[in-house]
Design a protein around this ligand. Structure first.
Ligand SMILES: C[S@@+](CC[C@H](N)C(=O)[O-])C[C@H]1O[C@@H](n2cnc3c(N)ncnc32)[C@H](O)[C@@H]1O
Length: 293
């Protein structure tokens, strides 16, 4: 019997098999220079499954019964789920002070009071819940039908999001006023999101590279995808943001993280300069024709 060795080296062939598989599945890319990272992080999964080689792990990911679940573990071990309430508050200020009023004015002209917002790569839910709290503080939306959809590839963080119980690190940029109004105390110094906030948000498992499932989401007014595409190469970013373009209503907004941009990725969007931030917008149909000519 071969005993399981804790430190199994990844051969160059195994590296090529695994890095291609990971890239096709979720856009994360590894080069020979960053092979050690893939090797180090996946070693934990080999240990977990008591596997004897990376090739065995490749077959598990490719053909295993629980391959979707295992891929979520891979993504978890290769990316960060770091998030907190009211992250990048300057952008949220643009959202409440300029973007939402603009959308509201446009929609009221057509007599629609429906708002659909997608938090793509929502991690443990702080982002979509922050959006919900901001909307609850805007009385002009009190009689609107609001859907906030949080999606992530990781089942683990989605479980936390649905549970809605958070510790101190999630509140590092939350004012005490928000914590008092929208959270209930839980044992151990934690806090639970109030039901009126939870009611506005639904969570779903979704891989941002699964174009067929993304197409089922329907059209959005705003897409938040902050601190997610930072891990992708240009081709993968392009695939993901072109899906966002398809999901947005004309004049809908795409909000990326502060260190992310679409330079060299696509020119499908227009960059709008607001007081507090710059934000991407799907152009009006006529402008689209001019931009793509
Ligand atoms: C750093 S967190 C960002 C959370 C939140 N958007 C924020 O800015 O605070 C990145 C999230 O993207 C998710 N993610 C990474 N690749 C993904 C993919 N291909 N499909 C869906 N989610 C993905 C990760 O699981 C992780 O929870």
């Amino acid at each position: 019997m071969i005993l399981f060795a804790p430190d199994i080296p990844m051969s160059d062939d195994e590296f090529v098999l695994l890095k291609d598989l990971v890239y096709q599945y979720c856009g994360l890319h590894f080069t020979p220079e960053t092979k050690y990272l893939l090797e180090k992080r996946l070693t934990k999964r080999l240990q977990h499954h008591k596997l004897e080689s990376f090739r065995d792990y490749y077959y598990m990911l490719r053909y295993g019964q629980d391959k979707e679940k295992e891929f979520a573990e891979v993504v978890d071990s290769l990316t960060t789920n770091e998030t907190y309430f009211f992250r990048e508050d300057f952008q949220l200020k643009s959202f409440t002070d300029e973007i939402l009023p603009e959308i509201s004015e446009r929609k009221l002209k057509t007599g629609t009071k429906r708002l659909r917002i997608w938090s793509a790569g929502c991690s443990s839910g702080e982002e979509p819940y922050s959006i919900a709290m901001l909307l609850l503080d805007m009385p002009q939306f009190s009689d609107w039908h609001i859907d906030i959809i949080g999606t992530d590839i990781s089942h683990r963080v989605l479980r936390l999001a649905r549970e809605g119980i958070y510790g101190a690190s999630s509140f590092r940029s939350t004012s005490p006023d928000y914590q008092q109004r929208y959270f209930l105390p839980e044992p151990g110094g934690k806090s639970k999101v109030a039901d009126r906030v939870r009611k506005l948000v639904t969570f779903s498992h979704l891989n941002l590279f699964d174009s067929a499932r993304i197409a089922l989401l329907g059209k959005m007014d705003v897409i938040f995808c902050r601190n997610v595409i930072i891990y992708f190469d240009v081709a993968a970013k392009k695939r993901v943001v072109e899906n966002y373009y398809e999901r947005l209503h004309p004049e809908g907004f795409l909000l990326l993280g502060h260190s992310e941009s679409l330079i060299k990725v696509t020119n499908l969007f227009q960059l709008r300069h607001f007081k507090h931030d710059m934000v991407y917008q799907r152009p009006k149909p006529l402008q689209e024709m001019v931009m793509t000519r």
